[in-house]
Design a protein around this ligand. Structure first.
Ligand SMILES: Cc1cc2nc3c(=O)[nH]c(=O)nc-3n(C[C@H](O)[C@H](O)[C@H](O)COP(=O)(O)O)c2cc1C
Length: 416
């Protein structure tokens, strides 16, 4: 069996991945044998699959397995003599539509998070400009080791797609998080990334609020908060990608409008209130991710207040948009956020009840929690059905998709 063979792809198949070139990176984890299933499933869906194996992966699965499944050369070493005039570690990744690394060891994650390139796979990972999906699999202590957690976070921040491993019995005998995500779910994510994926929100109207509000106190000053709007924008973006008709009511942010989303820009909580209430009628799902002011100045001064003045600011309670929507929601699914600095569970549950929500997404915004402005978020869900789910830190896009999944799976009836 040759290590590298002339490209001989005759995977003539009219599957959904037809014409897509996928590099499948296989590293030295015990789940390496599952990569054979992945290679086969991707080929059956029409993809042109090129497997790159690390030296340690070859101790666990023979390259011949992948060669026979993909009919393409299995690339195993950086310094093998190329079969073509092109330099393989550059030409293949440059032409790839996707790099999928499954299983991904702690080692490859550490190397990628630090820009190291000491073998063919890690080198190609630096060359590719296509989406990269990483499916980690390892012992629970390895996956929860703070250094590995930080490496995974770093990759997420650079827009790598991390497929969170499953919780269960691991090959080492331990129980916990670390088992490779179900290969069929990996294939599903590949399809989502390459061909636009799920349209499970088609024909649904989704209204999202995002960002802070600004409450003027005089012509040059206002009261605001630290919300960046990133979470709400991610929800709007993902809902639109999944086929929803999305309206995003946004307070002032620096973020670009997500593709395919109607953005209504507002400044004050009063404007946000009116923008929401006038559009709420046919909405199927509303996600309130904005941080509208709880208090507004009782008086707005006409002229700039001078430094020489002593100034006591009186504040009134602002409109409670979510509570009002909760009272009129009917069959609509209503999702709120609770950003708290203390007693997170207690306050989130009170808000869930008081505002007649179906779901509340709670996050800790105490100093040092690194939520505002960050591209990642660690949230806990509380559902009106009594369910509590704590999710690991994920990119805000992943959190957005997970919320949309939850809504679809648990409140499907209300949406159909
Ligand atoms: C039998 C066996 C199973 C292993 N399974 C895993 C695993 O599931 N995940 C992991 O991160 N490392 C695992 N390792 C350790 C890696 O093989 C080791 O860290 C290696 O350096 C990874 O190299 P690579 O990333 O270049 O493939 C395993 C080692 C052995 C001997």
């Amino acid at each position: 069996m040759p290590n590298t063979v002339e490209s001989n792809n005759n995977n003539v198949c009219n599957g959904p991945l037809n014409g897509k070139r996928i590099i499948l990176g296989v590293t030295g984890g015990i789940a390496a044998y599952k990569a054979a299933y992945l290679a086969s499933a991707l080929v059956q869906r029409g993809a042109d699959v090129h497997v790159v194996m690390t030296q340690h992966a070859m101790q666990l699965v023979a390259p011949a397995t992948f060669w026979s499944l993909t009919k393409n050369p299995v690339i195993t070493g950086l310094f093998e003599l190329p079969t073509k005039s092109e330099i393989e570690h550059v030409s293949l990744p440059e032409s790839a539509d996707l790099l999928l690394i499954a299983p991904a060891t702690a080692n490859i994650i550490g190397k990628m998070a630090n820009g190291l390139a000491d073998d063919m796979l890690s080198t190609m990972a630096l060359v590719v400009r296509c989406p990269v999906i990483i499916a980690p699999a390892m012992n629970v202590n390895m996956y929860t080791n703070p250094i590995v957690v930080a490496n995974v976070d770093r990759l997420r921040q650079h827009e790598y797609i991390i497929l969170e491993p499953e919780i269960g019995r691991l090959a080492c005998g331990n129980e916990g998080i670390g088992r490779l995500l179900d290969p069929d779910k990996i294939i599903q994510r590949v399809e989502e990334v390459l061909i636009g994926g799920r349209r499970d929100y088609a024909r649904l109207n989704v209204l999202v609020t995002a960002g802070p509000t600004q409450e003027p106190i005089d012509p040059v000053r206002f009261i605001t908060n630290r919300s960046s709007g990133k979470m709400g924008y991610a929800i709007a973006e993902m809902a639109a990608k999944r086929g929803a008709c999305v309206t995003l009511v946004s307070g002032p942010t620096d973020l670009p409008a997500p593709e395919g989303v109607e953005v209504i820009n507002v400044t004050t909580v009063h404007e946000m209130h009116d923008a929401v209430i006038t559009r709420i009628k046919d909405v199927n799902v509303m996600v309130s991710a904005a941080a509208p002011a709880d208090f507004t100045p009782a008086q707005v001064r006409d002229q700039k207040v001078k430094k020489s003045e002593k100034w006591t600011l009186e504040l009134d309670r602002a409109d409670d948009i979510l509570e009002e929507v909760g009272q009129m929601k009917g069959r609509m699914v209503l999702v709120g956020f609770a950003a708290e600095t203390e007693k997170i569970e207690e306050y989130a549950k009170i808000k869930l009840e008081k505002k007649n929500l179906d779901l509340i997404v709670a996050n800790d915004v105490s100093p040092g929690s690194d939520v505002f402005g960050s591209d990642t978020n660690q949230v806990t869900l509380f559902s009106r059905t009594g369910e509590k789910i704590e999710w690991p830190r994920m990119s805000k896009r992943e959190v957005a998709n997970a919320i949309l999944d939850y809504v679809k799976n648990h409140f499907m009836e209300a949406l159909s």
